[in-house]
Design a protein around this ligand. Sequence first.
Ligand code: URA
Length: 423
Amino acid sequence: FDTVDIIRTKRDRGTLTPEQIDWTIDAYTRGAIADEQMAALNMAILLNGMDREEISRWTAAMIASGERMDFSALGKPTADKHSTGGVGDKITLPLAPLVAVFGVAVPQLSGRGLGHTGGTLDKLEAIPGWRADLSNAEMMAQLADVGAVICAAGAGLAPADKKLYALRDVTGTVEAIPLIASSIMSKKIAEGTGSLVLDVKVGSGAFMKNEDDARELARTMVTLGKDAGVNTVALLTNMATPLGLTAGNAIEVEESVEVLAGGGPADVVELTVALAREMLTAAGRPDADPEAALKDGRAMDVWRRMILAQGGDPDAQLPAARESETILAPADGVLAGLDALAVGVAAWRLGAGRARKEDAVQAGAGVRLHAKPGDTVKAGTPLMTLLTDTPEKFERAREALAGAVTVSPAPAAAAPLIIDRIS
Ligand code: URA
């Protein structure tokens, strides 16, 4: 095959053959296609799209670039959740142990954050001693014993995607639905889960800013999952405002533990329970009552065992930021809007996230909210607290928040958290 021919085909809105796709992914992974050629092809795909057969083959080729995990030896159903990423999205932390309560194993391979959306591993690494890197054997043993594991994806899983995602990140080609769908689903299918629930976020803090794009991404991923024999369903959920009252690392762990203790913010509880029900139903346990397992301590028991199994101390004091600054409500009224992207960028600039892959994150940094949209606020009372170890970061965080807060005299209709379900 000739790489330039393949690029020209996509540039001119043609369709790639299965053989061209297999060859392209394999050659790129081996280093036989140059980054500039792959970047040009990605841009052509971003502009001209791919049809259902092309997306499916592209995904299969990325799966074939690495190992495929197999949990059949566990003798239990498996279910996983993937969120397309949002601000304050700590749902994986309470969700994985909650689902495991009911005998459904949760092999949750997660990532670190880049940009304004946080990474699940960064959050858990705020817990002293906790370790993200497990061997496949350790992962299996923990799934058999505890039933839930949240860990880093090994290098062997869809290596083509690792290379391709890094290239897309620096060439303006992340935001292509066929490329996002195949990237996410290649990893989830290779991971070997039996059921998969996708939380596709919509709104300023999400990849997908509008509902039509989010719906198309969700449909594409659900189709890919089902075609590969994974029981897949998607929820479209609101990311116009942060989830819960915290965006950061240690403070998100703290909020997750509140949910596991039967408390926590209503939106975090609602989404955790809704996703748990979907996972449990998909895995053959429609009778399970996840709300009860949050209230009676069973989910907390699994959480503690899950953290301990990975070297963490569930009773340890979490790191706290050295410095804080408070932002006050600008007027009396009802908080009508609190922009997710602005809060995410502020938390990131405070040190909760990283600008480059190799940067470290601050465990204690982030934004703590004191009010959510719909709450009544009083001028001059605290609206949020900015947290960091490095006070020179406050100024740019405040800049990110300029215009993020809307206070209106009258209550507005509340936006629903769960917008749609796609199966
Ligand atoms: N997350 C992924 O894993 N891949 C993408 O392409 C986008 C988000």
